[in-house]
Design a protein around this ligand. Structure first.
Ligand code: CP3
Length: 350
């Protein structure tokens, strides 16, 4: 088992220790905005091929670390690896996003296999092992999965959507839907725990569509499943910190924090960082607007400056409020990182 060693700023803030510097990483830091990523993806032939060839996935994971002064790597994979590993067909169409075989009934539930022994899951574990052996001492390695609600919504809809069928299944409290959520809780616990055994030293749960449901639905199908994943994971990996990204729940993040007991809460750009600082108890990750990285550099620098001025370094993981857009100029990240580092240095000197 891996123990969390002091000296990785990301793990330090998540454990309530004073970090040597403010940890920085970016959601989707490996991806299409980087020319070196596009080149490797072309060589691999497809996004999924890239995910399942550990030597390539490890290389893509490390690409942003070579370019930028970051404090974490996130393993290159996708939240749809679990449904794929459960036996559903999956393709990524150029410019269209994922196309996934659907699950919409009790009969469909029977086709789902346990994901644990699949080649897909094993490939992700192998990527983690390779990255872990190559990372600098102070850099944390993050493993991840999707939140049960978000992953279920892709399985029900068959791809990106407005989640209409999923919301209807939740509103009716369909039995097969409840079973699907429960299955995803189990698979996620197993998968996150396996990622730690393979080398991850923190994990993040991406519940991108957590803001979809009205109050009772949110409690039942977002909060409770997230809490169950964290609880199950913690029973297996008590020393590994968890970050929960329940995107779009707004003030509901304080309920999510209480219900899950996660050490880190990742917040969307729409929420005020000041509100989060004053109302949440633990470490907050976020929440620079990824859109601002598409505009002029001074705008991005000013927004980054305002963000770090609001948030004390001891409780903050600098990140975006959602993933980097593919059209982002890679140089913008250097400008933002430099702004954050400079702010913190002047604070320490003063
Ligand atoms: O660098 C990282 O952050 C790690 C890798 C990562 C990917 N997807 C790679 C990826 C992570 C953490 C994810 C999470 C993910 N995947 C989420 C949750 C976060 C979010 O963005 O809301 C979701 C909903 C997915 C599902 C998914 N994967 C969609 C809807 C798409 C198509 C849209 C798009 O951005 O292309 C993907 C594809 C995907 N996943 C790409 C990458 C780098 C682009 C694939 C390509 O190269 O064309």
């Amino acid at each position: 088992m891996k123990v969390s060693v002091q000296g990785k700023p990301l793990l330090d803030v998540l454990s309530g220790r004073k970090p040597e510097r403010r940890p920085i990483w970016f959601m989707r830091q490996a991806g299409r905005y980087l020319p070196e990523y596009r080149k490797l993806r072309e060589q691999a032939g497809s996004f999924l091929e890239l995910c399942y060839r550990p030597e390539l996935a490890a290389e893509v994971t490390l690409q942003p670390l070579r370019r930028y002064d970051l404090d974490a790597a996130i393993v290159f994979a996708d939240i749809l690896v679990i449904p794929h590993a459960m036996g559903l067909e999956l393709h990524f169409e150029e410019g269209e996003g994922p196309i996934l075989e659907t699950v919409r009934s009790r009969e469909d539930m029977r086709k789902l296999k346990p994901s644990g022994n699949s080649h897909q899951i094993k490939a992700v574990y192998e990527s983690l092992g390779r990255v872990s052996s190559k990372l600098g001492q102070a850099i944390a390695l993050i493993g991840f999965c999707g939140g049960p609600w978000t992953v279920a919504s892709y399985m029900i809809e068959g791809g990106s959507s407005n989640r209409k069928l999923s919301k209807a299944a939740a509103a009716r409290g369909e039995t097969w839907f409840r079973h699907l959520i429960d299955r995803l809780v189990e698979e996620s616990v197993e998968y996150l725990s396996g990622q730690v055994e393979a080398g991850a030293d923190a994990v993040q749960i991406f519940d991108s569509w957590a803001g979809d449901l009205p109050e009772t639905g949110r409690k039942e199908f977002v909060e409770k499943p997230l809490a169950a994943v964290v609880k199950g994971f913690r029973a297996r990996q008590p020393d590994i910190p968890v970050i929960v990204f329940a995107r779009g729940v707004g003030h509901g993040h304080s309920v999510i924090e209480k219900a899950t007991g996660a050490q880190g809460i990742s917040i969307e750009s729409e929420l005020s960082m000041q509100w989060a600082r004053d109302r949440l108890k633990g470490t907050i990750q976020g929440n620079l607007d990824p859109e601002i990285l598409l505009g002029p550099e001074d705008g991005a620098r000013q927004a980054a400056e305002a963000l770090v001025a609001t948030m004390p370094m001891e409780r903050h993981i600098f990140n975006l409020g959602h993933g980097i857009r593919p059209a982002t100029n890679p140089e913008m990240l250097n400008a933002v990182i430099e702004t954050v580092r400079r702010h913190d240095m002047s604070k320490m000197a003063g």
